[in-house]
Design a protein around this ligand. Structure first.
Ligand code: HC0
Ligand code: SF4
Length: 574
């Protein structure tokens, strides 16, 4: 181990540790900005480009960036000498010299790490006034907004897009004052291979990247007397939205969220989890068919639109592999505008389906052409967890004080299998629960497939279902998906079923979730909350959801029927 002193306090760290890590061990806070670390995903971005973390090291002439300077034996570090403080203030002043000061109307207002730094450092006047950039905002996609005037060149988004996701859309463009991180040739995002995972939005410490905001279309629909407005909430939203209102990470806020949605004026509060159970019915039917025929294996899950777009661009030759089942979001829309519309006696054109998703790519998915019939979209408007939290705040609702509400029936009923969709491994586990019962022909009691749980980027398991041995894998993060797909292409991997989610950790870490600023303990708590919620459900297998059974009996026929295919399945673009 390496022994050093920080502000006079001795500390011992493993070789290779930085001054910043040593300081963290002593709970001495050194400000950072460009540094981005997500321990459980092995992400450690230390471009040391912002220099805000400079500290004084005894015997060295220059200040050292704590995030990238290795701790050394006998080192004496001082974090708050006047020289270090003055340097940080000058750096911040220079960073702000060309940064727009419209914090009040910035999408990252109160979530911006630059703003937080200015507040922490008590910066109240600026010495430097630089030239201001004047880029056009990129609002080309349905999902992600880019405002290059706010880019501070920390390159955290580049790490998210290239190192973690291996999509490679964002990189340094231009030189000197004009340098920004952007798609090559400053192309609009909609014209690139961006999959809208939003990991760059989570990584961006400032307002340069944010979501395309659909709150006003939702407010308009809610105030349109001609519309019946139906809302669905994705599995991962309930374990994160509380964070926006000061509840501890890992709180399950389903009941409060339902009450808040009703107070906002939604006519029916339904659950994407219902449709997740439906997806399991269709996808598991397909899995068993493919296993029986031995064709088109492995089956790949297809509910994550970021992952599907990645596959379409990067592995077009594997396009036969994903399940043809639509995602729960889209199945929900299709069922609402047919089955529910008929039951409720409402014309589909007078129904507005709003989704609340942890994901920004869901905005893009809902707008894909194949997900509308006769000009009527399955899902009309998608807002993120953050946008819903904003609406609740705007309406003056005291979220933490709310009573627990219940979803409406019938598209509000769901199972434990559905809620774990929000975590990496959950979709596959839900499918295995149903596949096991169907293959065994009984109501099995062993339903926890713990081998596919946890935040690891690639998980593999062998499961034995009534004598049938299945090899399965789960990946989250597109870099991990790429590794696994390359193994399959080289014939080095043999699986029957693979779940892939674009975001590291799955939807619980979606681009539309409350900002975690790299604190992965928050993600771990969201994960635990989902499995806690599963455990507490009276029904934990999708095919045992009574509303799903009724939907097939009254409307769809059998899983995998011709009609179910018309409504609930899709084809991919190659
Ligand atoms: Fe997910 Fe989904 S689980 S993608 O992560 O499958 O967004 O939460 O809604 O559609 O159900 C996101 C979360 C969903 C869908 C579901 C799936
Ligand atoms: Fe890259 Fe994802 Fe951001 Fe698109 S949304 S630029 S794919 S990180």
């Amino acid at each position: 181990n390496i022994n050093l002193k920080i502000n006079g306090q001795p500390v011992s760290v493993a070789p290779g540790s930085t001054i910043l890590e040593a300081a963290e061990k002593l709970e001495i806070k050194i400000p950072t900005l460009c540094h981005f670390k997500m321990d459980c995903f092995h992400v450690d971005h230390r471009s040391a480009s912002c220099r805000i973390c400079v500290v004084e090291v005894k015997g060295r002439p220059n200040l050292a960036p704590a995030c990238s300077t290795p701790a050394a034996e006998g080192m004496e570090v001082h974090t708050n000498t006047l020289r270090a403080i003055n340097a940080r203030r000058t750096i911040l002043d220079l960073l702000l010299s060309d940064h727009p000061k419209d914090c009040l109307i910035c999408p990252k207002n109160l979530n911006c790490q630059l703003q937080a730094l200015a507040q922490e450092m008590g910066l109240h006047h600026l010495l430097y006034k630089g030239e201001q950039s004047t880029y056009n905002k990129d609002l080309s996609s349905q999902a992600i907004a880019r405002d290059l005037d706010k880019c501070i060149m920390c390159r955290r988004c580049e790490t998210a897009c290239n190192a973690i996701q291996t999509v490679g859309v964002l990189s340094g463009v231009g030189r000197g004052f004009n340098a920004v991180v952007a798609p090559a040739g400053l192309k609009p995002l909609a014209e690139t291979e961006c999959v809208f995972c939003g990991q760059c939005v989570q990584a961006c410490p400032v307002g340069a990247l944010s979501e395309i905001d659909y709150k006003y279309p939702v407010w308009r629909a809610l105030n349109d007397p001609a519309k019946t407005v139906v809302v669905q909430t994705a599995p991962a939203v309930r374990v994160a939205i509380g964070e926006a209102f000061g509840l501890p990470p890992g709180s399950v806020s389903t009941g409060k969220m339902v009450t808040a949605l009703r107070m906002l004026g939604f006519d029916r509060v339904f659950d994407t989890d219902f449709a997740a159970d439906l997806t399991i019915m269709e996808e598991t039917t397909e899995l068993i068919e493919r296993i029986k025929s031995g064709r088109n294996l492995p089956i790949l899950t297809s509910c994550c639109p970021g992952w599907v777009k990645f596959l379409e661009h990067q592995f077009p030759e594997l396009i036969y592999m994903p399940s043809t089942a639509k995602s729960p979001q889209q199945m929900f829309g299709a069922i609402t505008k047919t089955y529910f519309a008929q039951k409720a006696g409402i014309a589909p054109e007078n129904l507005t389906v709003v989704s609340v998703m942890p994901c920004l790519s869901k905005k893009y998915e809902a707008a894909r052409e194949e997900f509308s019939r006769d000009g009527i979209r399955d899902v009309d408007i998608v807002i993120s967890t953050r946008e819903l939290a904003d609406m609740i705040r705007e309406a003056g609702i005291q979220f933490d004080q709310l009573e627990e509400g219940e979803y409406d029936s019938p598209l509000g009923e769901s199972t434990g299998a559905a809620v774990i969709f929000g975590a990496t491994g959950g979709v596959l586990e839900a499918a295995l629960r149903t596949a096991a019962d169907w293959i065994a022909g009984e109501d099995l009691q062993e339903i926890d497939f713990t081998g596919v749980r946890g935040l690891d980027g690639i998980k593999e398991a062998a499961v034995n279902i009534n004598g049938l041995e299945l090899h399965v894998a789960v990946c989250s993060g597109l870099g991990n998906a790429r590794k696994l797909l390359e193994k399959i292409q080289k014939g080095e991997a043999d699986y029957q079923a693979i779940e892939i989610m674009a975001c590291p950790g799955g939807c619980l870490n979606g681009g539309g979730q409350p900002y975690h600023h790299g604190d992965t303990t928050i993600l771990q708590k969201r994960l635990e909350a989902l499995y806690r919620d599963d455990k507490s459900q009276p029904v934990r297998k999708s095919h045992r959801n009574p509303s799903i059974q009724r939907l097939y009996a009254e409307f769809l026929g059998e899983p995998g029927s011709h009609f179910a295919h018309q409504l609930l399945h899709t084809a991919y673009v190659d």
